[in-house]
Design a protein around this ligand. Structure first.
Ligand code: ATP
Length: 304
């Protein structure tokens, strides 16, 4: 099960901010296709978290509508809506006094699922996420950061939501574990096909996970939207090129085909990312098709 999400001219002005100050989110519109991973990428404060939280009504828009599967979520009960949507935060957000198993089964139990079925599903999800069964009885403080994030993802998936919101979920773990979690996430997504909205300010993470990347400026204004290959091959302007690091001779990002997938290499030839799903054959711009198709193409060289 996966859902479409539509943002229709959504604006958020937080209470207390002066009337004439720029809104946190300024008339943002986008349609998110079911079963895809869309990354909201941008600098701190550009409105990514605000956008994400408007999808589960943790933040209410000042103006505009968010639709899930064509229904304006303002007409839904906020608590039921929240329980029907998976949400993973940077610090996992686990309940500290509940064991892992009870954290994972929490929402299904609140939704009325019986204990046995909820625990069986939790066991399957722990397996899917590479969590050893003996971790089920631990408390969150007895987990590593990486394990806690895996539990956070398992918990978010427990009620089989159509939408999964992920807010910098791997931001607090070390780079090696972060890469591992990204790979796991790609594998799980290939299996489950959820609609994932993923917030990050990390370009490599966006390239690794996003079928689509929406690169935002302040106020959640869209600087460019497209696949990673499209953005790298054909940045819309200097802001996009700078954000992606294409103007940085040291980073010198380029794409390379390896064993049927496209990897992103830096100037030293290190793999810094792997593109999510490849763009559909008909969709990419000429530049993107060229970049994704050739053996090795330096992109930074062209732009700097
Ligand atoms: N509850 C709030 N009350 C007032 N202003 C807020 C609130 N939450 C966010 N803001 C402001 O709204 C703007 C956007 O914040 P938001 O957290 O959505 O950005 P972000 O891109 O997710 O940033 P980060 O990557 O640092 O989390 C910022 O200027 C922030 O200070």
């Amino acid at each position: 099960m996966s859902s479409t999400i539509e943002f229709h001219s959504v604006t958020k002005r937080y209470p207390g901010s002066p009337g004439e100050s720029a809104p946190a989110v300024d008339s943002f519109s986008a349609q998110i296709e079911a079963g895809t991973t869309t990354v909201l990428l941008g600098s701190s404060g550009c409105g990514k978290t605000t956008l994400l939280r408007m999808v589960n009504r943790m933040v209410e828009p000042t103006d505009g509508q968010v639709l899930i599967d064509g229904t304006d979520i303002a007409t839904s009960d906020a608590v039921s809506l929240r329980r029907s949507i998976g949400y993973v935060m940077q610090n996992a957000g686990l309940l500290p006094h509940h064991r892992v198993i009870d954290n994972i089964t929490l929402v299904p139990r609140l939704l009325g699922q019986d204990r046995g079925a909820a625990r069986e599903r939790a066991g399957e999800l722990m397996d899917l996420l590479g969590l050893a069964p003996e971790l089920a009885r631990r408390y969150p403080h007895e987990l590593s950061g990486g394990q806690a994030q895996r539990v956070g993802v398992a918990r978010a998936l427990a009620a089989d939501p159509g939408v999964l919101l992920m807010d910098e979920p791997f931001g607090a773990v070390d780079p090696l574990v972060r890469r591992e979690l990204q790979r796991e996430m790609s594998r799980i997504q290939a299996e489950l096909g959820k609609t994932i909205l993923f917030v990050t300010h990390d370009v490599e993470e966006a390239l690794a996970l996003g079928d689509e990347i929406i690169l935002l400026r302040e106020g959640a204004h869209i600087a460019q939207r497209g696949s990673g290959a499209e953005l790298l091959a054909d940045p819309a302007d200097d802001f996009v090129a700078r954000f992606l690091g294409l103007d940085d001779a040291d980073r010198h990002l380029r794409l390379q085909e390896r064993a049927g997938s496209t990897v992103v290499l830096d100037g030293a030839g290190r793999v810094v990312g792997r593109l999510g799903r490849q763009p559909a054959p008909a969709a990419p711009s000429a530049g993107a098709a060229q970049a994704a198709g050739e053996e090795t193409e330096s992109l930074a060289g062209e732009r700097s």
